[in-house]
Design a protein around this ligand. Sequence first.
Ligand code: ASP
Length: 329
Amino acid sequence: MVPPAPPQPKAAADFFPHRDLLGVAGLTEAQVNYLLDKAEIYAAQNRRVVKRTNLLEGRTLVNLFFEASTRTRTSFELAAKRLGADVINMSAEGSSIKKGETLIDTAMTLNAMHPDVLVVRHQDSGAVALLSKKVDCAVINAGDGSHEHPTQALLDALTIRRRKGKIAGLHVAICGDIVHSRVARSNIQLLHIMGAHVRVVAPPTLLPAAAANLGVEVHHDMRRGLRDVDIVMMLRLQSERMQGSFVPSVREYFHFYGLDYEKLGYAKPDAMVMHPGPMNRGVEIDTEIADDISRSAIAEQVEMGVAVRMAVLDALSARLPNFAPMNAQ
Ligand code: ASP
């Protein structure tokens, strides 16, 4: 006889009542704080010699990446392993996707092997949400086209909260290739949920047509856009998503929109510089600023990426099918 399922850890499931994390849209301030508070605990754990716990012992996470990634894929792998799960990494290269298998067929094939969590990155906006409807396991969006990258926004929020002690009321400028950026879209939504004021700074060609609908202040002049901000968030020029030329030349782009000390001087004296990576040094950011640890939080963003992904896996674990907490009697 199959033993009865152990009692669900009600409190956790009630705090974070989601099976998947497909985007920032739909999260409440309380849910974001719940994730960030959990991530703080994991950030401390990750600085200890022994980083492993057994919350996800026996569980399997599949990283399914249709687009290149360094930070996101590695940190999901580390996060899952530090929680005791088994991890499989799959990329489009070397899989049957190269032979023409569709996204849904690939998802159904993986689903038949009973993974507990699928972490998916795909070049098409909406592809991860579509896939989530076809599988039984939890699905985490690791970036879909120019739509959302929720764990990036969460790790950015955690980095800001740690450095500035709060998020509400801060002025944040998101600068550069807004139109192609899922990081910008997720960050704008999350920062609004948390009560920050957001500006976007970009040439008109790199802004979405409906930029005003994002509820942000729009600036085309970098010096004006950076005036008195607490946070300067730089974005990569995403040439892989550009058909034709969106900027006259890289040199000219750096001249007008690249972050150097002179332009940074318009922000608050203690303004913090962020970049989701990968960076194009000398294109959107001066290489000295990127490495200036008194201004740049880029390394801390990467560190917080692991902690936030552990927190997300932890929160979703409350709703995994047949969840059996290790300490359940
Ligand atoms: N790594 C981030 C992303 O995947 C930012 C970037 O690629 O520029 O969206």
